[in-house]
Design a protein around this ligand. Structure first.
Ligand code: CP
Length: 324
């Protein structure tokens, strides 16, 4: 049985297969009828114990574009608020015949528990667990970088060899950073983390990346700069400099952006704290790919669902797409 729990589990071949499949899925989005029949009769459950805008909507759009039935479950307003456990929730979903469960949970490890529990038969996809991982975010980020940095419409089979990626900000609480470090290095990129010393995770010396505390020194050597959201909801105030001090030392404004090479892009997974880690001017500039990342997320999630659920028709490109 196959699941997607962690970007660290993906080999280079796995990652390239997902990115290449997403390129083919992106062509579906360009057509007048944005739908393929490949997962007709399959059921995808979006099981969200934590808030989400982009991830939940794009998994729903992805499943629907593949003609799957979609059940959206939000812990808020469900029997979870009456104390129902993950196990009993999972058994309920299993009774509904879920072929795939896309889970976001505040506890690191919840998707792993679900995948290895025996409570459900279907594939499990991690849509973000605590401060652990968010593998489909890293995949859509890599997809965006490959398109922008390897060349427009780079085509299939290219990777990120030698590209220099800088990830900036609240690394301590960031599942996006952790997944990206694993995936981007697997794809051949060199990753540098820049963060205040209090927001660097313990054990980071074992991660396959560099760490710097000097954003201005790293920017001129970056092909992509990924700004992370400051996760105040997970933070003890003692860990955090003042907002003004944070923005001054680690925020990206136009002056700082001008230090980046001309071809370099600014990324943000969203949601953004405008005025904190990124100014509105930078967020709205043509160099910022935040909205493009969201669009690419649908193609990546289509590819992941398609590959996990084994769509009946392997080819989606060219004349064989019926678009029904
Ligand atoms: N990037 C991301 O995971 O956004 P959401 O929390 O809105 O899903």
């Amino acid at each position: 049985k196959r699941h997607l729990i962690s970007a660290a589990d993906l080999s280079r071949d796995d990652a390239v297969l997902i990115l290449d499949t997403a390129e083919e899925m992106a062509r579906v989005a360009d057509r007048p009828i944005k739908k393929l029949p490949t997962l007709r009769g399959r059921t995808v459950v979006n099981l969200f114990f934590e808030d989400s805008t982009r991830t939940r909507i794009s998994f729903e759009a992805a499943a629907k574009r593949l003609s799957a039935d979609v059940i959206n479950f939000s812990a808020k307003g469900s029997s979870v608020s009456k104390g129902e456990s993950l196990k009993d929730t999972a058994l309920t979903l299993e009774a509904m015949g879920a072929d795939a469960v896309v889970i976001r949970h505040h506890d690191s490890g919840a998707p792993y528990r679900l995948a290895n529990s025996g409570w459900i038969e279907g594939a499990v996809v991690n849509a973000g667990d605590g401060t652990h991982e968010h593998p489909t975010q890293a995949l859509l980020d890599a997809f965006t970088m490959r398109r922008r940095l390897v060349g427009p419409d780079a085509g299939l089979g290219r990777d990120l060899d030698g590209r220099r990626i800088t990830i900036v900000g609240d690394v301590l609480h960031s599942r996006v950073a952790r997944s990206n470090v694993h995936l981007l290095t697997t794809l051949g990129a060199q990753v540098t983390l820049v963060a205040p010393p209090t927001l660097v995770p313990i054990g980071v010396e074992h991660w396959p990346c560099e760490v710097s505390y000097d954003l201005d020194a790293v920017l001129p050597k970056s092909d992509a700069v990924m700004m992370l959201r400051v996760q105040r909801e997970r933070m003890n105030a003692a860990f955090f400099p003042t907002e003004r001090e944070y923005a001054r030392r680690y925020g990206l404004d136009s002056e700082r952006m001008a230090r980046m090479p001309e071809h370099a892009i600014v990324m943000h997974p969203g949601p953004m704290n405008r005025g904190m880690e990124i100014t509105a001017e930078v967020a709205d500039s043509p160099r910022c790919t935040a909205v493009e990342q969201v669009a690419n997320g649908v193609s990546i999630r289509m590819a992941v669902l398609y590959l996990l659920l084994g769509g009946a028709e392997p080819a989606v490109a060219g004349n064989r797409t019926t678009g029904e």
